[in-house]
Design a protein around this ligand. Structure first.
Ligand SMILES: Cc1ncc(COP(=O)(O)O)c(C=O)c1O
Length: 445
């Protein structure tokens, strides 16, 4: 379909689905304006964690739209309810998964709109506690506002004023093994921790916070074991850094639990949620921490016109209710376990990875281990065979009505991140179609 108009700033040329013009969605299914139907395995990078037009969310939205949408000054009772609900969800998660975390005392939540704004707010709080730079992963992505671009591995940095970025962001390597390598991930974890330790020895006085994602999302879907995170956070704490967990993409179910850091048995000082919080309907994000640290944000230091509007709060309360009172997170996680097993039985085992409801296939690795395609190309990254494989497979899946996310700095990885309420039949179809597309590629078709 030819697009009639699209502002060039919004074009994502690497995205094989960016030319589609959407007309409607329901559950895990999307339709384009020509009436073609697609199973959505991208889900707005987790914003559509409950799929499209979830009936309970539609009912809440339409009901609220007839009551109260937006106010200035004062507070709506919905905002109060939402903040309490958020703090309950976090306390519940701590008591179930992370009792070993130090006591956080009374929790407080600050409501915002987008992920980038919430990260800026967390950053501001951390900076008030302890001025200095941010330690982030080299593959970290925290948004596209000017401030968050400084904290991210994005080309956007190029268009900012030259100067401060090297004093703002201190990147450490996120542990990963190169495609085709047999090096244990543990070795990469140790190297990353050693690098952090060295940084702390030389720069500790210049650092404010450790800003981390519990798994790398936008920059390629990479995962590290829980004990890596626990050791990283312990080192940061030893040196007094504020620990910020950016769970905008991986929180609220994607990694298999409501709060990803707690599932990995570590506790941030500041927890940032976004995307899924708005149920795919409203931009809502938040920062949560103990009142002791949240009170660093003195009155009048932050404001956003639309933050915490009654409409947004109502949707977020309803989203949290569905996520915490149903088995949607657990059921999705076991479907992903089956998906990974199914993929690993047909592709080289080392190329399939994931955690909870995030699954990724490293096509560069798959091609290198593949007897026919792999031997044609001794150096897969140089020839881009992994990238070719990723786009061919994504293209065939799209022809068969399944949308996946091509990711990674070389665009040689495919993430499968459908809404959590994908049903078993839909997931079996994804597995079978992916295996089929891979076999076609491997056989040179
Ligand atoms: C981990 C992470 N942090 C922050 C952001 C920025 O969120 P937003 O696009 O809502 O500003 C994103 C968006 O993809 C993200 O994945």
């Amino acid at each position: 379909m030819t697009r009639r108009f699209r502002a060039s700033g919004t074009l994502r040329l690497h995205d094989p689905n960016q030319d589609i013009e959407w007309s409607k969605g329901s559950g895990c299914v999307l339709w384009d304006s020509a009436g073609n139907k697609y199973l959505d395995c991208v889900s707005g990078y987790s914003a559509n964690v409950l799929g499209h037009c979830h009936p309970d969310l539609v009912a809440a939205l339409t009901d609220q739209a007839t009551k109260l949408n937006f106010t200035t000054g004062g507070e709506s009772c919905l905002r109060q309810q939402f903040e309490e609900r958020l703090c309950d969800v976090v306390s519940h998660s701590i008591s179930h998964h992370a009792q070993e975390c130090r006591s956080l005392g009374n929790l407080k939540a600050w409501i915002s709109t987008t992920g980038a704004r919430a990260i800026e707010i967390a950053w501001r709080i951390a900076f008030r506690r302890r001025p200095g730079g941010l330690v982030t992963f080299d593959l970290g992505y925290h948004g596209r506002s000017i401030a968050t671009a400084y904290a991210s591995d994005t080309a956007q940095q190029d268009c900012l004023m030259s100067g401060p970025s090297h004093e703002v962001r201190y990147p450490i390597l996120f542990p990963r093994v190169e495609a085709g390598s047999n090096r244990p991930l543990q070795e990469a974890c140790n190297e990353s921790l050693d690098a952090f330790q060295k940084l702390l020895q030389t720069h500790s006085g210049r650092l404010s916070a450790l800003l981390i994602e519990p798994a790398i999302g936008s920059r390629g879907y990479y995962f590290a074991p829980a004990d890596y995170y626990q050791r990283l956070v312990a080192l940061g704490r030893e040196h007094g850094l504020v620990i910020i967990s950016d769970e905008i993409q991986m929180g609220l179910g994607r990694l298999g639990g409501m709060i990803a850091s707690h599932l990995q048995a570590w506790c941030p000082d500041l927890l940032v949620l976004g995307k899924a919080l708005g149920g795919g309907m409203m931009p809502v994000s938040c920062v949560i921490g103990s009142s002791e640290i949240m009170d660093q944000l003195r009155s009048g230091y932050e404001s956003e016109t639309f933050a915490g509007s009654p409409l947004a709060c109502r949707i977020a309360i309803e989203t949290l209710r569905i996520l915490s009172s149903t088995r949607v997170i657990e059921e999705s996680r076991s479907l992903h376990d089956e998906l990974r097993l199914g993929l690993a039985s047909a592709l080289p085992r080392s190329s399939v990875a994931g955690l909870g409801s995030a699954t990724v296939i490293d096509l560069a690795d798959a091609v290198m281990h593949q007897p026919t395609r792999g031997t044609q190309s001794a150096d897969c990254s140089a020839t881009g065979m992994g990238t070719i494989a990723a786009y061919k497979i994504a293209g065939q899946l799209r022809e068969n009505g399944i949308l996946v996310h091509v990711t990674g700095s070389q665009r040689d990885r495919i993430a499968i991140i459908p809404p959590l309420n994908i049903c078993p039949a839909e997931m079996s179809r994804v597995t079978a179609e992916f295996v089929n597309a891979w076999r076609n590629f491997a056989q040179g078709e």
